[in-house]
Design a protein around this ligand. Structure first.
Ligand code: S3P
Length: 166
């Protein structure tokens, strides 16, 4: 089985859906952010805070390289993985890229519900999410092999929709 790679904005459900999908397919699951945290023994937030975004992106690119060399996995990527076209190329070479799309309000609400997302810190997280999503949306669309519109779907329905398109 080729890798099944989930991309999309923060709060699009990549990790939750990825775990369920992997269970359903009896495949192994990798969450790139979790792998980075395990390896670094610190949170994404603390990597951003002490070393900055650029350092995080380097670690992310390394992890993309490693994960792309594996087979038969369900891979949940961080929301910013598509910024780097080398990441997209590598991921595309290793499997099918599924974009979990959702409507703006849902994403903004979900992405800003927790405080572990360094890119959304500050006075107006919702506005930050809105403007980031505006620049990211075309990147997700361009990278995706398949797009799943998750708005109004339950988690099980999202999993089913992915299984239908892979
Ligand atoms: C980021 C998304 C986060 C995490 C980091 C940067 C982004 O992952 O990789 O905070 O640039 O969109 P999630 O999409 O899993 O929240």
């Amino acid at each position: 089985m080729k890798n099944i790679i989930l991309i999309g904005f923060m709060g699009s459900g990549k990790s939750t859906v990825g775990k369920l999908l992997a269970k359903d397919l009896k495949a192994r699951f990798i969450d790139l952010d979790e792998e980075i945290e395990k390896r670094e023994r610190r949170s994404i937030k603390s990597i951003f805070m002490s070393d900055g975004e650029e350092a995080f992106r380097k670690l992310e690119a390394e992890m993309v390289g490693e994960a792309s060399a594996l087979k038969g996995r369900v891979i949940a990527c961080g929301g910013g993985v598509v910024i780097d076209k080398n990441n997209v190329e590598r991921l595309k070479g290793s499997g099918v890229l599924i974009y979990l799309k959702a409507d703006l309000d849902t994403l903004i609400e979900r992405a800003t519900r927790t405080s572990h997302r360094p890119l959304l810190e500050g006075d107006d997280p919702k506005e930050k999410a809105r403007s980031l999503l505006e620049t990211r949306e075309p990147l997700y669309e361009a990278a995706a092999d398949r797009v799943i519109n998750t708005s109004g779907l339950s988690l099980d329905e999202v999993v089913l929709s992915i299984k239908e398109v892979i």
